[in-house]
Design a protein around this ligand. Structure first.
Ligand SMILES: Nc1ncnc2c1ncn2[C@@H]1O[C@H](COP(=O)(O)OP(=O)(O)O)[C@@H](O)[C@H]1O
Ligand SMILES: [Mg+2]
Length: 400
């Protein structure tokens, strides 16, 4: 007989009535390996028991079930998480699925239906096991923190869109700790459907006293595990406060101590002095466009104004690429004197929709071509592909 399916119960109210061992299917059997009490550390206990299935009552859980599930999916891949909830809200179901839950059961539940759900989940896992292409990005976690600044020489080219999706892709596709630092406005919050309560601009007055612990109080957590620090409070109408260069540099210095990746959505620089922030980055993604000469011209001016040493760590990324674009890659490369490292296509449906629902498209629409372009850019950032491989795709994927 096959080994029993190991089930860990994190549902104190239902545990007594769930006689799962009595329900068999096709010679398979369920074994309850443990039953957690209210308040017990579910993540830690999963490490201890390594169950095949965690039955999680989200109503009694002390903590955020979505974040817990996300962590489990990343760090205990062997465990499938089944949600038990009294909520019928489609939004809760959506968030559970996004976090990586394998099944969502609405309470009250009976032992028979719970057992059936467990067998179904295990069956699907077994089917996938042979052909599961890992969604994770290889060579993901850098030995030291990597700070990536997303910048451009002109507004509206997609700097924030790329910064948010890059951060989300790093966070969901790797086991890394990722922070997004929105220096310009509240736009990062909008794209993540978050309304930060604090602006890091508030720290400027007494920077000497700001340590990592104090800074963490200014973080807004996203369900993906990503943390956001922003110049602006509130998602709508939140005034964007100006973050001084010193404040930005101090925050980046502190984040370096505790994160694997820091993605900075930089402001549109007005002066050379503001550009000092770029010196703090390990890599700069310079977003441009092949739409018209203004984008190319302003990108050139931006590259020329950069502090010394910054151009060497800059990668040129064309965003919103479309078959109707008039400026050729060769022209852009010649004008900028740099190669194009990656291309993100224009998708007038997926991108605005993802902004409007507040879910990065690399998470909500990961199967789409524009999301795959972002995955390629993310691979470039993690170092798992080289620029030439990323850019080569344009010829046959965009215009093929
Ligand atoms: N790849 C893309 N395809 C389609 N629309 C895009 C794409 N990237 C960005 N956009 C759109 O361009 C607009 C400007 O993007 P945004 O990220 O705010 O630019 P920036 O931060 O550079 O000002 C947004 O309305 C967004 O929907
Ligand atoms: Mg922006």
């Amino acid at each position: 007989m096959a080994d029993p399916i190991r089930v860990l119960l994190a549902c104190p109210q239902e545990a007594a009535s769930l006689d799962l061992a009595a329900h068999r299917r096709n010679g398979e059997q369920l074994q309850v390996v443990g039953s957690l009490k209210r308040g017990e550390d579910t993540f830690e206990q999963c490490g201890r028991f390594s169950p095949d299935v965690l039955l999680l009552d989200v109503d009694t859980l002390e903590g955020n079930a979505f974040q817990l599930t996300k962590r489990l999916v990343l760090e205990h891949r062997e465990t499938a998480v089944i949600f038990m909830s009294s909520s019928k809200e489609p939004e809760d179901l959506r968030r559970a699925m996004l976090a990586g839950a394998a099944e969502y059961l609405i309470k009250p539940t009976e032992a028979e239906s719970v057992a059936a759900a467990i067998y179904d989940v295990i069956e699907v896992r077994a089917e996938r096991a042979g052909s599961d292409p890992s969604p994770r990005l290889p060579v993901a976690t850098p030995a030291q923190c990597k700070v990536v600044a997303v910048a451009s020489g002109k507004g509206g080219l997609g700097k924030t869109t790329i910064a948010v999706n890059l951060a989300a892709c790093l966070c969901t596709g790797t086991e890394s700790t990722v922070t997004l630092l929105g220096l310009e406005s509240g736009d990062c919050g909008v794209l993540l459907n978050l309304a930060p309560k604090h602006s890091i601009a508030e720290l400027s007055a007494a920077l000497d006293e700001v340590d990592l612990e104090l800074l963490e109080g200014y973080a807004t957590k996203h369900e993906s595990g990503l943390t956001l620090f922003t110049a602006s409070r509130g998602s709508l109408g939140g005034e964007a406060s100006v973050v001084t260069v010193d404040c930005a540099l101090h925050v980046i210095r502190l984040l370096r101590e505790s994160r694997d990746y820091v993605v900075v959505d930089t402001p549109l620089f007005q002066t050379k002095q503001e550009m000092v922030v770029l010196e703090a980055a390990d890599e700069i993604i310079c977003v441009t466009s092949s739409w018209d000469l203004l984008a190319v011209r302003n990108t050139k001016l931006f590259l020329c104004m950069m502090p010394e040493g910054c151009q060497e760590k800059t990668k040129i990324v064309i965003n919103r690429a479309d078959r109707t674009d008039m400026i050729r890659d060769t022209h852009i490369q010649k004008t900028l004197g740099m190669d194009i490292s990656a291309v993100i296509r224009n998708d007038a449906k997926v991108v605005p929709k993802s902004i409007n629902v507040g879910t990065p498209f690399v998470v909500g629409e990961e199967g789409t071509s524009v999301a795959q372009d972002m995955v390629q850019l993310t691979r470039l950032v993690t170092g798992s592909v080289v620029a030439a491989e990323t850019h080569k795709r344009r010829a046959f994927k965009l215009f093929g």
